[in-house]
Ligand binder design. Sequence first.
Ligand SMILES: [Zn+2]
Ligand SMILES: [Zn+2]
Length: 324
Amino acid sequence: MLALLRSGHRCFHQSKQLPACYHLSSTAGTADSRHASRPSPPPIQVLLTESAGRGVFATRNIEPGELIHTAKPIVSHPSLSSVNKVCYFCLKTTPNGFHIDQQKESFCSEECREQAKGFYEVEKKADWSAFVDHCRSRALKYPLLAKRLACMVISGMTSAEGLDVLQPALLSAEMISLMEEELGLLRDALKGAGMTTEQLTFLTIEWYAGVLARIRINAFRIELAGGSYEDLLALAAASVESEAAVGNAVYMLPSFYNHDCDPNTHIVWVENVEARLKALRDIKAGEELRICYIDASMSRDARQNILSNGFGFECRCARCMSND
Ligand SMILES: [Zn+2]
Ligand SMILES: [Zn+2]
């Protein structure tokens, strides 16, 4: 399996539209904002780039190491191997989590249990064994995110169109027909749990394929790093094994960052699924902020290969152009 931070295929050939009213709702964690009565907006704006669709740009100078903003996921899910070890909501490691009704799932705190209540009330009524077996036997992780999103929609936590603003991957007819079986298992589990036809109206193959197309291109693999900022940098440079991942998540704002093999910005997770976007060096006002989707320590050919085959674009960053 490829060592990808951003585990999807990204296509830059479709026109990307900015949502009509996109507000930067994440809060910055700078010294300034901590002491302000209201958190100041992060020092960034989302604009259309000339060649790579949307991009994130600095609205002022940013210092190395500065926390540019944090982001909570739209949807997240633990990996199947981590379900017993991490909070079912925030993915924090839970040696002594709140176990619920002899379920294997647990929460790290009352707060997470409360926040998860909507989708978990729906989810826990259903028998997921066939759906989970399907995912486990095929090493699929993204259907788990779609399942959670479906439960969030049914519970009214989010709208069925919640991911529509994100760029979708292109799916072949063959891929969509494979998804029919998954969708059947998902519908069966929810029907078995007593959900009405009306509650499941949104759960069409168009919805399911559209959601998975967006998850494929925008999901981040979550690896937690405690400790110092140096540890985080070491983690980013290391070749990452998929076993280290505690789960996967889709975010709004972090999805708008473009790729660079020598990035000026870094996305990290310290103790849970909340993403932190940090500056790796001096960034000038107006400069585009970019993260590295892959293991930056690979050779130019290996990077080009993964970015082309895995993400669907030829990287023309300064490092690639200088043959480094
Ligand atoms: Zn938690
Ligand atoms: Zn590059």
